[in-house]
Each structure stands twice: as structure tokens, then as C-alpha cells.
Write a protein that binds this ligand. Structure first.
Ligand code: RBF
Length: 158
């Protein structure tokens, strides 16, 4: 799966559903915050660009990507939230923490989406190094935050 060759950012943004009255929760991990802030700005700007109202975009921070599923659950259980976007950045270290946290975040976010029957988007970078993360947070491979926002909008129009 060569993700460097494929970007949702360049996918069709036409015929997207009307999100002017939709409410979004953006959960942002504080680890690698230079990256996750860029992901957040990408997602936020993309939602605004497609008609979301500023007052309908709620931001919540969590300490790390491991906490994204619980943060997502607290927001997804609120009836007035239409979609949740989880943003994080996991960078491979020397120990196996990376694998456990990636696994927990992906599984947990999936569980929340299925439990609450609404889009809960996995906007989490899992990279070998910081450069790969920069490349995907507004660098040469686009911004995966943008893509997370478009994914939420597309799923809302399913
Ligand atoms: N959280 C991230 O979002 N990205 C990371 O790259 C990251 N690396 C970690 C490496 C180690 C060794 C530890 C202990 C934690 C790391 N975390 C990372 C934090 C993790 O998601 C979580 O916040 C903490 O484990 C507390 O539950």
C-alpha cells in the first residue's frame, strides 16, 4: 500500500453532502504537537471550506494517541455530534510501544464508530520518523488532516 502515491486531498470534492448544520468533534493528540496542530488546521480549514459553521466545530485535546478512542467516545455519545475526527501522530521509537499504541488507537476508534453508528475518522499518522510525518502534515504528500475531514463529510453523505 504505497500511501505516498495516493491522496484523498486530490480526490473529487464535488457533490459532497451539505454540512452547514452538521456538528463535528475534532480530538487532537498532544504528542508530536507540531504535527498534530498542522493536521488540525488542515481538517478545520477543510470543514470550513465545505460549509461547516465555526460554532459547530468543537476541539478537544487528549495527551496521546492512546487516549483518542476514549476522547472520541465521550464526544460520539453526545447526540448532537454528527462526526468525530481523531488526529494523532505516532512515530516509531526503539521499543514496541509504537505497535501497541497504533493497535489500540486503530481498534478503539473503530469500536467507537461502530458502537455509536457515526463516522469516527482515523486521522492518525504512523510513521518511521518525523520527516515522514512532516511530509504528510502539509508537506510533499499533502495534509492527512484535510483528508480526514473529507472522509468524515463523505461518510455523512453515505
Ligand atoms: N503518543 C503519540 O500520540 N505518539 C507517539 O509517538 C507516542 N509515543 C510514545 C512512546 C512511549 C515510549 C510512551 C510511553 C508513550 C507514547 N505516546 C505517544 C503516548 C501514548 O499515546 C499515551 O498518551 C501514554 O502511553 C499514556 O497513556
Amino acid at each position: 500500500m504505497a500511501s505516498s502515491n495516493k491522496h484523498l486531498s486530490s480526490y473529487s470534492e464535488r457533490n459532497l453532502t451539505d454540512i452547514s448544520k452538521k456538528k463535528f468533534a475534532l480530538i487532537v493528540s498532544e504528542w508530536n504537537s507540531d504535527i498534530t496542530e498542522a493536521l488540525y488546521m488542515g481538517a478545520y480549514n477543510m470543514l470550513i471550506k465545505h460549509g461547516a459553521s465555526k460554532k459547530n466545530i468543537i476541539r478537544k485535546n487528549v495527551p496521546g494517541s492512546f487516549e483518542l478512542p476514549l476522547g472520541a467516545q465521550w464526544m460520539a455519545k453526545q447526540k448532537n455530534i454528527d462526526a468525530v475526527i481523531c488526529l494523532g501522530c505516532l512515530i516509531q521509537g526503539e521499543t514496541r510501544h509504537f505497535d501497541f499504541i497504533c493497535q489500540a488507537a486503530a481498534y478503539g476508534i473503530t469500536q467507537v464508530s461502530l458502537k455509536y453508528n457515526k463516522p469516527v475518522v482515523f486521522g492518525v499518522l504512523t510513521t518511521n520518523n518525523k520527516q515522514q510525518a512532516y511530509d504528510r502534515a502539509g508537506g510533499k504528500y499533502g495534509n492527512k488532516g484535510d483528508e480526514a475531514a473529507i472522509t468524515a463529510i463523505k461518510m455523512m453523505g453515505f
